[in-house]
Design a protein around this ligand. Structure first.
Ligand SMILES: Nc1ncnc2c1ncn2[C@@H]1O[C@H](COP(=O)(O)OP(=O)(O)OP(=O)(O)O)[C@@H](O)[C@H]1O
Length: 349
């Protein structure tokens, strides 16, 4: 699929931290599957060191965005720029775009155009890690082994691709000890150190979810993409997840991009929320802005103009939920006389 070039944005001087110092910039992203437009001209930023949530009703296109960012899909159009180091680094991104290149070191760190990179380079070089909606641990391996496997690449390099490992060179032994130390550190953070020697499949569901995050963190990502990490968790497990993500934000250089349906989790921990509906961005701001945005409320109620016209009781629900003024702002047309002052449907509507 052809990937159209896009101009670098000029968003310096905005008041949002995610615009001034983005770890990731998605610009004019479009993904088509045959005639279906799953993502349509989507642009947003993920702030450095922040938790950014991507939300929206089922089928809105959230997982497709993740698949484009992590290299599972090649976008039809658009640019996805990952930055190691602070600031916009616009010159470097312009040079890469113009030169048809994938990545470039910069005095600040480096920039990477993910839409041009294969998935293994996105994880190894651009330092983007992800978890999936359905858990993908190695169930037959122990909890500790799952975290060591995640560090396999670094250990392979340290072993000189096998030989050094077999003869036990000091460099390999040091790298091996560091890998174990890192695994133990993350097992402590996710409170699974007591289960280190148990098969991963034996863990309760919520523990497996946290182990997946620990495994991703063992690769030292600068961007961690989590696809519905709270799915299937009970309230206690959800709260442990919140704590873990907040711990990562506070103590590590990892920016987090999160798809989540659990609005309790999203509103409590997100610095920045982007809302998609039918592949289009309908809202973008902090939790307070998004939760009061009439377009978001309307999207979550799952209504459009046609339904409102055909089913006046839906109109009443929307007006009750967000008020008439907000309905107008959302661009929804409520037929006059459909709703009385109490938000009830009129008999002659
Ligand atoms: N590989 C594919 N081939 C064809 N259509 C696809 C493919 N992947 C996704 N789609 C379609 O793209 C649209 C967006 O799907 P996507 O899974 O990204 O939504 P989502 O917001 O993640 O939904 P959910 O919250 O239910 O997981 C849907 O209409 C889906 O059927």
């Amino acid at each position: 699929m052809a990937v159209a070039a896009v101009q670098a944005p000029d968003v310096t001087g905005t008041q949002n931290s995610w615009d001034n110092d983005p770890a990731l910039t998605v610009e004019h992203l479009t993904m088509r599957f045959g005639g279906l437009v799953a993502i349509n001209d989507l642009s947003f930023n993920v702030g450095r060191g922040e938790i950014t949530a991507l939300i929206g009703p089922n089928g809105a296109g959230k997982t497709t965005v993740f698949n484009c960012v992590t290299g599972f899909y090649k976008p039809t159009e658009g640019r996805i720029a990952m930055r190691h180091g602070p600031g916009q680094q616009l010159d470097a991104i312009r040079q890469l775009t113009a030169g048809g290149l994938k990545s470039q070191k910069t005095p600040e760190g480096g920039v990477f155009l993910l839409e041009r990179m294969p998935d293994f380079e996105i994880s190894q070089k651009a330092k983007v890690a992800r978890t999936f909606q359905n858990i993908r641990l190695f169930g037959g391996m122990t909890v500790l082994e799952n975290l060591l496997v995640a560090q396999h690449n670094r250990l392979m390099v340290a072993s000189g691709f096998t030989l050094g490992g077999i003869v036990g060179l000091p460099g390999f032994r040091k790298a091996e000890q560091e890998a174990i130390d890192k695994a133990v550190y993350w097992l402590e953070q996710v409170r699974l150190i007591d289960r280190a020697d148990d098969p991963a499949a034996d863990l309760p569901y919520g523990d497996q979810r946290r182990l997946e995050i620990a495994r991703a963190m063992c690769t030292e990502p600068l961007l961690l993409c989590l696809d519905e990490p709270a799915a299937g968790l009970n309230p206690r497990e959800s709260s442990e997840l919140n704590e873990l993500l907040q711990y990562i934000r506070k103590n590590h250089e990892t920016s987090i991009l999160l798809i989540e349906h659990d609005m309790g989790v999203v509103m409590e921990i997100s610095d920045h929320i982007i809302v998609l509906d039918y592949g289009v961005k309908i809202s973008d701001g902090d939790a307070n802005f998004v939760r009061n945005d009439p377009r978001v409320i309307a999207a979550y109620l799952g209504v459009d103009d046609e339904e409102i016209e055909e089913q006046p009781e839906i109109a009443a629900l929307v007006v009750q939920a967000i008020g008439e003024e907000a309905v107008e702002e959302a661009g929804l047309t409520i037929p006059k006389g459909t709703v009385d002052e109490d938000g009830k449907t009129g008999g002659d509507a």
